[in-house]
Write a protein that binds this ligand. Structure first.
Ligand code: IMP
Ligand code: MG
Length: 172
């Protein structure tokens, strides 16, 4: 049970960074009508804010993945809990993640996606913990690099809790 939550990234800072990411995405995709795929549940707030700042046609889909492991660490054994609705073949896909930790979840999902023959696949992550990486994943759009602490808030949970915090916090 967490004893104390400390603010790591304030909501205003998140808002600025999300706007910057949206501008970069807009610039790169122009008239490509990208398909943004949010990985549930952690990306739901980030994706909701991001798409409202992108001023061009796009579509949104979600996938739910789970990784078996301890409460705070991914095992790399990933299961697809709910599938995609939109066809991916020929689409410019942008995967939207809350946090890239070991990178195992995202690496698995990108491999899964590429079998469906999209026109392109890029990755946008709100946060990453580079010190914990166990696999090579290229992050095309990155919000914040965070230290090796367990973070929560702005969609990111601990045991299902704290997703509703407006700031990104860490658990002491
Ligand atoms: P990875 O496969 O190790 O990159 O882990 C990815 C998933 O683990 C993320 O999408 C989160 O759901 C979870 N995760 C990793 N680090 C944290 C954290 O600091 N706080 C909350 N969830 C985390
Ligand atoms: Mg996640």
């Amino acid at each position: 049970m967490p004893t104390e939550l400390k603010i790591l990234i304030k909501r205003q800072e998140i808002e600025r960074e999300v706007a910057r990411l949206a501008r970069a995405i807009e610039h790169d995709y122009k008239d490509n009508n990208p398909l943004l795929i949010g990985i549930l549940k952690g990306s739901f707030i980030f994706l909701a804010d991001l798409v409202r700042k992108i001023d061009m046609p796009l579509e949104v889909d979600f996938i739910r993945l789970s990784s078996y492991g301890s409460q705070t660490e991914s095992s790399g054994q990933i299961k697809v809990l709910s599938r995609l609705n939109e066809p991916v073949e020929g689409r410019h896909v942008l995967v939207v993640e809350d946090i890239i930790d070991t990178g195992l979840t995202t690496a698995y999902f990108i491999k899964y996606l590429k079998r469906k023959r999209p026109a392109s696949v890029r990755l946008c992550a709100l946060t990453e913990k580079p010190s914990r990486r166990k696999t090579d994943v290229q992050i095309d759009y990155i919000g914040f690099t965070v230290p090796d602490k367990f973070i929560v808030g702005y969609g990111i949970d601990w045991n299902g809790k704290y997703r509703n915090l407006p700031n990104i916090c860490y658990i002491e």
